[in-house]
Design a protein around this ligand. Structure first.
Ligand code: HEC
Length: 511
């Protein structure tokens, strides 16, 4: 999430005041489209080079409930008082680790394929991973075909469940509370399911899908966090049937500039309850999320082909949906390799009410003069979004949507998932270890040219110009250096060789 968005919106609001962004002041004829009888969206993901496979995927996707392959037959049990990490270490690839109810104070690293960590729920009692506000991460996986289910995770400082470049993952039915920066954070993965989790009290995003492809996020409840569900620098993601409430911002799709993967394309937000996301922003002061205006239902920033359909979006004091670009999020450094605009946004039927009731006064004044709903506002668009469309626009109070065309489709009923039966495991060439570790781990908190959670890569390059070993040592045992940043979590689970290759990779980055 970008720092300075609030400033950007304020600046845009002044522009509204000047009338610069108002699409229309005269009423257009009402065009009514029925979402139950019109054409389906024909865009979106198609499996590459194989149309038969693509349509088969679409047709069978209602039963595609699993991407991690057949369940392993080797099963081990971990009981209260034992170590989950010890069981993972001892397990051959292809093991289900069943964790009995109890309390476990540990970080579990999974660096092999086909491991499933499945909590056993007995009369409502779960296996609880409790970081006691001392440990950084509960579950860190880099293996492929990884499944984690039924755990309760609380009191970690970094991440609840973080994936680092594993493909075909399933993160299901976990309860994650008060666990640091990201609740569930698959980074750099392809083909993954995040469903039926309850995540709350997270200082950045409750669910953060980062630099990933073909992801399905469904039936989760996320609340009391700064960002609810964030889709960042990803392609082909469906976010549906989630209950997103009392966060600062609800659903977000955007491009963070300065990350190695430069686009967010093809995201469907549909059939979600996005309600009352007015929480005071408690992102670390100066951190990148601290700029989300409280009371934002959905935010699209520099993401392309985002379809918004069938959501109930109510009670957001700033706006129901904000569509913007990098230029209006001030204080961010534009990335010459990222298109700054939100192209081809598609807004279909949604239920929107009680949004934008506490917009800043200048905007309200203009809305009143335009006789647009007495100052409430459902959808605001600031900055260019070429090729965008909407149906039944008359039902919303909008600002800046004058050049949105009428969509030539009314629903996404033809698309049930972007998941694939399974994709090849990500094989990491030893020569690429440093690069992949940077992508999968460091870029969760560091971007090239700006502040994210940690300082910019450019600053780090200057500090460790001729000293890769110094960098490799620092990340294994970071010490607190900057009073206005949080602590950097130790990366001591990485072997010395990977750390030195990481340092060299970071030294060579130029974007
Ligand atoms: C969870 C967020 C997070 C992750 C992940 C992370 N960092 Fe950091 N990093 C930080 C923060 C915050 C600081 C600033 C710490 C301070 O100044 O006290 C920092 C600072 C640094 C510094 C500056 C050290 C100095 O001497 O000033 C280096 C180098 C660094 N990180 C490298 C890395 C590398 C390499 C990785 C990937 C293995 C990584 N970081 C992953 C958050 C993170």
């Amino acid at each position: 999430m970008k720092k300075g968005l609030l400033f950007g919106l304020l600046a845009a609001a002044v522009a509204f005041g000047a009338g610069a962004y108002f699409g229309r002041s005269t009423k257009q004829d009402v065009v009514i489209s029925s979402s139950t009888s019109g054409a389906s969206y024909g865009g979106g993901f198609k499996a590459e080079g194989d149309n038969a496979q693509a349509s088969k995927t679409a047709a069978t996707s209602d039963v595609l409930r699993s991407v991690a392959g057949p369940a392993p037959t080797n099963v081990v049990m971990v009981k209260d008082g034992e170590s989950i990490q010890a069981a993972v270490k001892a397990a051959p690839a292809g093991t289900i680790i069943r964790v009995m109810p109890g309390t476990y104070h540990e970080t579990v690293y999974i660096d092999k394929d086909d491991i499933r960590i499945i909590g056993v729920i007995e009369e409502g009692r779960r296996a609880v991973l409790d970081g006691q506000k001392k440990l950084n991460d509960a579950i860190l996986y880099s293996g492929n075909n990884f499944v984690v289910e039924n755990l309760e995770i609380r009191g970690y400082k970094g991440n609840g469940v973080m994936g680092q470049a594993g493909n075909n993952f399933e993160i299901r039915n976990n309860i994650i509370t008060d666990s640091g920066v990201y609740g569930i954070f698959p980074q750099l993965g392809q083909n993954g399911i995040v469903e039926y989790n309850i995540v709350s009290g997270i200082a950045d995003a409750a669910i953060y899908i980062g630099m990933s492809d073909n992801i399905h996020v469904a039936h989760n409840e996320v609340f009391d966090s700064v960002a609810g569900i964030e889709v960042e620098n990803c392609r082909h993601v469906i976010v549906e049937h989630n209950y997103v409430h009392n966060n600062t911002g609800g659903l977000l799709a955007f491009v963070t500039p300065g990350l190695p993967i430069k686009t967010t394309v093809d995201v469907i937000f549909r059939n979600n309850f996005v309600v009352g996301n007015n929480h005071v922003n408690f992102g670390a002061p100066g951190s990148t999320v601290s700029g989300i205006p409280a009371g934002t239902g959905m935010l699209v920033m520099a993401a392309d082909d985002v379809v918004i359909e069938g959501n109930i979006v109510s009670d957001h004091k700033t706006a129901g949906i904000i569509i913007t670009d990098h230029a209006h999020a001030q204080n961010i450094t534009a990335d010459p390799e990222s298109d700054p605009n939100s192209d081809r946004v598609k807004i279909l039927d949604n239920v929107m009410l009680k949004n934008g009731y506490d917009m800043i006064p200048e905007v309200r004044a203009v809305l009143l003069s335009e006789a647009k709903g007495g100052g409430a506002i459902d959808i605001v668009r600031v900055g260019p979004s070429p090729g965008s469309c909407i149906i039944n626009r008359h039902q919303y109070v909008t600002a800046g949507l004058g050049d949105f065309a009428d969509c030539d489709f009314t629903n996404t009923a033809g698309i049930s998932t972007y998941l694939l039966p399974s994709v090849p495991p990500r094989k990491i060439d030893p020569a690429d270890r440093g690069k992949v570790a940077y992508l999968g781990i460091c870029s969760g908190c560091h971007i090239y040219n700006g502040r994210m959670i940690g300082p910019p890569v450019q600053v780090i390059q200057a500090l460790y110009l001729d000293n890769p070993q110094g960098l490799a040592d620092y990340i294994a045992k970071p010490v607190k250096k900057r009073s206005d940043y949080p602590e950097m979590p130790p990366q001591d689970y990485l072997d010395p060789q990977t750390r030195i290759e990481l340092a060299k990779n970071m030294h060579d980055l130029n974007n």
